[in-house]
Design a protein around this ligand. Structure first.
Ligand code: GLP
Length: 241
C-alpha cells in the first residue's frame, strides 16, 4: 500500500487527477471505477480542466460507478447520476453509452443488481477504482457487517451514513433508506485502487482501515489485502497514522 499525505487540497487533487490522466494516456480504453460524495469533487474538477486543455481524452474509456440510491430517479438532484453529469461526464469527451451507474429507479432493484453485474463481467476487470471512505469504514455503500457481499446488491443504509449524506438533500428524511452498491469482491478485483480521504473527522477511520485488523466490520480494512492500493490523504485525515 502506497500512502501519500498532502498539505493542500490542491496538491491532493492534482495528484489524484494525475494518476487517472496517466492511466488514460497509456491505456485510452481504460475502465474507470468512479465514486461520488464530497471527496472526489476536486479531482473531477482537475480532470475536466486537463481534458479541456486537450491533455487527456476519455473518448475510448468506460466508467462504472460504485453506487446509487434506491428510489431516486436519475433526474433527482441528489441522484448519483446527476452528480456524475454535473461534476464529470457532461464536461469531458466520454461516450454516454459507456458511462454506467446502477439505476436506482429500476422497478426490481434485485434484477438491476444482476444486470449491473453482468455488465461488469463483460468488461472483466476495472483498471482503476476510485474510492472515498465512509465514517464507519464503508466503501461504495458496503456497510460494516458480519459478512460482506461479493457482487452488486441492495443494501440498507446505516443511520450514520444517511446523516452524513443529508447535506445533499433538502431535508434529512429525504435521504433514501437503501442503495444499490457494487460489492467488495468487484472492488477488490480492480487492478489498482485509488483511495482518497480528507478531513480530521476521518482520521480515526483512516487509521482503522489502513492499520487496524482486517475485518468486515470495517469494509475498507479489506483493502489491506489488495496488491496495488494507492492512498491519497490530506494531512488531517492522515494525522493519526
Ligand atoms: C458515500 C458514498 C461513498 C463515499 C462515502 C464518503 O456515502 N456512497 O462512495 O465514498 O460515502 O462520502 P464523502 O466523500 O462525501 O465523505
Amino acid at each position: 500500500m502506497n500512502i501519500l499525505t498532502f498539505r493542500s487540497q490542491d496538491e491532493l487533487n492534482k495528484a489524484g487527477a494525475g494518476i487517472i490522466t496517466g492511466l488514460l494516456q497509456t491505456n485510452p480504453k481504460a475502465c474507470l471505477g468512479l465514486a461520488t460524495g464530497g471527496t472526489p469533487v476536486g479531482i473531477y474538477r482537475e480532470l475536466v480542466e486537463t481534458c479541456r486543455q486537450g491533455l487527456v481524452s476519455f473518448s475510448k474509456a468506460s466508467a462504472f460507478n460504485l453506487d446509487e440510491y434506491v428510489g431516486l430517479d436519475r433526474s433527482h438532484p441528489a441522484s448519483y447520476y446527476t452528480f456524475m453529469q454535473e461534476h464529470l461526464f457532461s464536461h469531458v469527451d466520454i461516450a454516454p453509452e459507456r458511462c454506467h451507474i446502477p439505476d436506482g429507479s429500476a422497478p426490481d432493484p434485485e434484477a438491476e443488481c444482476v444486470r449491473y453485474d453482468s455488465l461488469l463481467e463483460e468488461i472483466g476487470q476495472i483498471d482503476l477504482q476510485l474510492l472515498g471512505l465512509g465514517h464507519n469504514g464503508h466503501i461504495g455503500f458496503n456497510e460494516p457487517d458480519e459478512e460482506l457481499e461479493r457482487g452488486t446488491h441492495v443494501v440498507e443504509l446505516q443511520e450514520q451514513t444517511r446523516q452524513a449524506n443529508a447535506r445533499f438533500f433538502d431535508r434529512p428524511d429525504q435521504v433514501p433508506t437503501h442503495a444499490i452498491t457494487m460489492g467488495v469482491g468487484t472492488i477488490l478485483k480492480a487492478k489498482t485502487i485509488l483511495l482518497i480521504v480528507r478531513g480530521r473527522d476521518k482520521a480515526e477511520i483512516v487509521k482503522r482501515a489502513l492499520q487496524g485488523p482486517i475485518t468486515t466490520e470495517c469494509p475498507a480494512s479489506l483493502l489491506q489485502t489488495h496488491p496495488h492500493v494507492v492512498v491519497l490523504l490530506d494531512s488531517e485525515a492522515g494525522s493519526l497514522l
